[in-house]
Design a protein around this ligand. Structure first.
Ligand SMILES: NC(=O)c1ccc[n+]([C@@H]2O[C@H](COP(=O)([O-])OP(=O)(O)OC[C@H]3O[C@@H](n4cnc5c(N)ncnc54)[C@H](O)[C@@H]3O)[C@@H](O)[C@H]2O)c1
Length: 325
């Protein structure tokens, strides 16, 4: 099915934690949003969330035509979907529920409209299984909160068309997201698997008495984490090889790395003891800061980092362009 070229009208299905954040982002990018959610007070909660998020989005930068007045809300899902160019689904994470929701959305949405799911854990092959037009259904999994964090993981289901994947990636890029194409369906997509792999080792080291909770956080935050916000681990290792780059890195460090892999913790569950250590350690690290204070701290630093990073990126690239002229 040939698709509409322009995506201007977004339908948000489910306006909880993730749906509300997507709605705020789409409005900030100058798009029209029509949201639907059957929960009592859903509209008031959504508008409250968007008002609070708008301050952050002003710091990140609003697109021309960005306006909170371009938000409509209806409890009637069919109405919300009838004129959508793209649907972003954020309903409860239950398999049977999502299969039925996708069948209902599929029936209520124009055939040339992409339906993207934010699901963290369910595969699109399963969610699209009862749809008449499954080729336009795709996973577009954000990293919380989507109005701040750019990553979105795009994953096709067995019946998703290549055209849908291309178009949704192009759309996410056009609004400043950083989409990646996940080429096979795997449990937890990619970013959550990466978090799980690293956290497994942190928990193992805490369990073994090698580090305490705060040192685990410091080791990530002030070492590799700082670099990972700028470049990914593979590109960083290219520099780890000095002038010989990745070639030299592979020659010199793959032996030790593989030896470390063999020694990494292989724990598969959180023991009662380790849970207790994690809880005590985090409470000690948080000190007298409430969750709200910590959230404000995290978000204000994230916004500063993002704006500084994008300015620095532009400066680096304009310097490189000038050098090439
Ligand atoms: N919370 C996260 O950190 C996170 C991160 C990335 C992706 N996700 C994914 O996003 C999705 C939503 O998660 P969440 O954390 O926002 O959950 P949530 O519980 O905060 O929100 C779910 C919303 O769906 C609404 N809903 C229920 N039935 C509905 C229906 N028939 N039609 C429309 N809306 C309906 C609920 O009223 C609720 O507001 C899940 O698939 C989850 O895996 C969550």
């Amino acid at each position: 099915m040939a698709r509409k070229k322009q995506i201007q009208n977004i339908a948000i299905v489910g306006t909880g934690v993730i749906g509300a954040s997507w709605a705020a982002l789409y409005l900030a990018r100058g798009l029209n949003v029509i949201a639907t959610d059957p929960a009592p007070n859903a509209e008031a909660n959504l508008r409250r969330f968007i008002d609070a998020a708008w301050k952050d989005l002003q710091v990140i930068g609003l697109s021309p035509n960005a306006s909170r007045e371009h938000l409509q809300f209806t409890a009637d899902m069919k109405k919300a979907l009838s004129n959508a160019d793209l649907v972003q689904e954020n309903g409860p994470e239950r398999q049977d529920f999502k299969i039925k929701l996708f069948a209902d959305m599929d029936a209520a949405t124009p055939e040339d409209t992409i339906i993207a799911s934010s699901s963290s854990g369910l595969t699109m092959s399963v969610m699209q299984s009862a749809c008449k037009h499954p080729e336009r259904c795709v996973t577009g999994h954000p990293f919380n909160p989507p109005h701040v964090v750019p990553l979105v993981e795009v994953v096709a289901g067995a019946k998703t068309s290549a055209e849908t994947v291309e178009q949704v990636i192009a759309f996410y890029e056009s609004i400043g997201k950083k989409p990646i194409r996940v080429r096979k369906e795997v449990v937890g997509h990619v970013a959550n698997r990466l978090q799980a792999a690293l956290y497994r080792e942190i928990v193992y080291l805490i369990d073994q008495g090698v580090i305490d909770v705060a040192d685990g956080d410091t080791a990530v935050c002030w070492g590799p984490g700082l670099r990972w916000g700028v470049m990914g681990p593979s590109l960083l290792f290219h520099m780890g090889g000095g002038q010989g780059g990745m070639q030299h890195f592979l020659e010199q460090f793959t032996g030790p790395l593989a030896a470390w892999w063999k020694d990494l913790g292989k724990i598969t569950e959180f023991s009662t003891e380790v849970r207790q250590r994690l809880l005590e350690g985090v409470l000690k690290e948080a000190g007298n800061r409430s969750i709200e204070e910590l959230e404000r701290e995290r978000d204000s630093m994230l916004l500063e980092l993002l704006t500084t990073r994008s300015k620095a990126e532009k400066a680096v690239h304009s310097g490189a362009d000038a050098a090439a002229d």
